[in-house]
Design a protein around this ligand. Structure first.
Ligand SMILES: Nc1ncnc2c1ncn2[C@@H]1O[C@H](COP(=O)(O)OP(=O)(O)OP(=O)(O)O)[C@@H](O)[C@H]1O
Ligand SMILES: [Mg+2]
Length: 357
């Protein structure tokens, strides 16, 4: 199961449009999807045509009680696509939990208790970084940050990434960021400049799919339908089919392949005359970097180069002794899948271990 937050403190940049249409497109690919409306505005709920009178339990109850679970609160949009709705009462969560310990992991703990076998849980966040968004990020392994084509859009992405760094440092929680260009009319020169700037600033995190600007999204939300239902042949529907495929394709990066002795021998780190050779078999990745104790865990690390056979490779001169390292694959920090030697890290994950004799 993958939990993906849709977050950006900037209002109106396409979080809800992405959450609802991506949920529908993933369900169309055959995945079991839950969309959790985590915004007191309840726009995701409204986008599927539900009003507050249509439900009694909502995301508010998941935050406030331990005995109400997703299975009690969901509304079925279609088989394989569920929604936990939200209404204005969700804005009272912050006050209600003010004195509670562990209040920023309430949502995570509640979702963990649910037994429903979803492939994806998408969480639509409000336009602020408060308790609701923190809960969503701490429950998620990935976050899609929709960015609209404006100078404020770029600034907002920077802020979101600072929030993610803070979560890593203060909470030891890693969330893989994916920046999504949303509502882009790609013809004007200034939009092209913004696209170039995003590609330069976030080479690892920028999604390939672009959600183009089209009035169909407003019409679809007004009709209480995903755009693919309103007009399956529209550009908007096409964009979200592409996005669903791109999101689903990222799975191979996060799932660490099973290790056998021979691939470990073949691809694990090797001491050579040119230094230690690192290989990483991530054929779909757009960038792979190496970081570790030798560079103070710098997020920049050392870029691996892709060989003709699709394997990523780098050589590094390392002093004798023990080194811990990880690969950064399209922004996701992963241990080396071809190295059985690992040590637990302070964040509850594993670092790969290399002994240079
Ligand atoms: N690609 C697009 N093309 C045209 N209009 C769009 C597009 N994406 C979103 N919109 C419209 O822009 C408005 C804001 O979008 P949306 O509600 O998805 O943003 P949001 O980030 O969820 O907003 P909030 O911060 O208030 O939650 C809506 O009216 C929506 O229909
Ligand atoms: Mg919204």
């Amino acid at each position: 199961m993958r939990v993906v937050a849709l977050a950006n403190q900037k209002g109106g940049c396409g979080k809800t449009t992405t959450a609802t249409n991506l949920a529908a497109a993933l369900a169309q690919l055959g995945h079991k999807v839950l969309l959790l409306d985590n915004d007191p505005q309840g726009h995701a709920t409204l986008s599927f045509g539900f009003r507050e009178r249509d439900f009694t339990l909502s995301t508010y109850d998941l935050f406030l009680t331990t005995d109400i679970l997703v299975e009690d609160a969901f509304l079925e949009i279609e088989p394989g696509l569920h929604l936990v709705p939200a209404g204005v009462e969700l804005s009272a969560v912050e006050m209600a939990l003010a004195r509670e310990p562990e209040r920023d992991v309430r949502l995570r703990d509640n979702l963990r208790r649910s037994a429903l076998p979803y492939d994806y849980i998408l969480i639509d966040c409000p336009p602020s970084v408060g308790l609701l968004t923190f809960n969503a990020l701490l429950a998620s392994g990935e976050v899609i940050i929709p960015v609209d084509p404006s100078c404020y859009g770029l600034q907002a992405v920077r802020k979101m990434r600072e929030t993610l760094t803070m979560l890593r440092q203060k909470k030891g929680h890693d969330v893989v960021p994916r920046v999504l260009m949303s509502g882009f009319d790609t013809r004007p020169l200034f939009v092209r400049k913004i696209m170039e700037e995003l590609a330069e600033l976030y080479p690892d995190d920028l999604m390939e799919t672009i959600i183009h600007h089209t009035v169909r999204f407003r019409e679809a939300a007004g009709a209480g339908l995903p755009v693919a239902r309103l007009d399956p042949d529209s550009r908007g529907a096409h964009d979200f089919r592409m996005l669903a495929r791109e999101v689903a394709g990222k799975e191979s990066l996060v799932a660490v392949p099973a290790l056998d002795h021979w691939t470990a021998l073949l691809h694990g780190p090797q001491v050579t005359k040119a230094g230690v050779r690192f290989e990483a078999d991530f054929p779909r990745a757009r960038s792979v970097r190496l970081t570790g104790t030798f560079c103070n865990w710098s997020a920049k690390g050392l870029a691996l180069a892709k060989r003709e056979d699709g394997i990523w490779e780098a050589h590094l001169q390392l002093e004798n002794g023990r080194h811990q390292y990880r690969f950064i694959v399209d922004g996701a920090w992963l241990p080396d899948p071809h190295n059985t030697e690992t040590v637990a890290n302070e964040f509850g994950g594993a670092n790969s271990l290399l002994l240079v004799p």
